[in-house]
Design a protein around this ligand. Structure first.
Ligand code: G3P
Length: 214
């Protein structure tokens, strides 16, 4: 499973990029707003830090507008992937962009049916939102498990990005499901690094080392 960071905070991305664990980044209008900066400022900086796919989302909700925005976004850097919502106009835009060789990430996917349509329209990536399904009492991780099976059965080239990941249990289930990618918020990545026995074990090693010098 490849790790993407789900943030538009450049400092956080730099910190994790230094560890070599981040393959790509996903952003959306909410994450851009949270960064306190504009998409035009943030995306070029992220693309310079991360050589893998960096998703930038369109704002338009009509096919023509989305296609126009997408063509501008991909001029920013070679690794920009255009994030398009899973709506009728969005899938039309994905078809046009795929024919032009522009990579897309179909977002706000909440069902197997939406995932199938996104893959068939030519999306490079599809993003099921697991936390938001949990929020309405469904099992978001189960959707991804099912998507992995379906995409394998039909040998789709579209990669699945598990999104709206909220905790370590989500990450564990995504790994076990064999999903291609999980896009993980910084808070959860920090939790993944830590284990109390690591800290305790390290403290003991240091204590024993100091004692051995006496
Ligand atoms: O990648 C999608 C993600 O940013 C949405 O997460 O926690 O707002 O559902 P959340």
């Amino acid at each position: 499973m490849k790790i993407f960071m789900d943030t538009a905070n450049v400092e956080e991305i730099r910190e994790f990029a230094d560890m070599g664990i981040v393959y790509g980044v996903t952003t959306n209008p909410s994450l851009i707003a949270k960064s306190g900066r504009t998409q035009a400022e943030v995306i070029p900086e992220i693309c310079a830090l991360i050589p893998g796919p960096v998703s930038a989302e369109v704002i338009s909700q009509d096919c023509e507008g989305m296609v126009k925005e997408a063509r501008e976004l991909v001029k920013i850097a070679d690794n920009v992937v255009v994030k398009i919502p899973c709506i009728t106009e969005g899938l039309k835009a994905v078809k046009i962009l795929a024919a032009e060789g522009i990579k897309t990430n179909v977002t706000l996917v909440f069902s197997l049916g939406q995932a199938l349509l996104a893959a068939r329209s030519g999306a490079s990536y599809v993003s099921p939102f697991i936390g938001r399904l949990d929020d309405i009492g469904q099992d978001g991780s189960k959707l991804v498990e099912d998507m992995v099976k379906v995409f394998r059965n039909y040998q789709f080239k579209t990669e699945i990005i598990a999104a709206s990941v909220r905790n370590m249990a989500h990450v564990d289930r995504m790994m076990l499901a064999g999903v291609d990618i999980a896009t993980i918020p910084t808070k959860v990545l920090r939790e993944l690094i830590k284990h109390e026995l690591t800290d305790k074990g390290l403290a003991k090693f240091m204590e024993d080392y100091r004692n051995s010098l006496k």
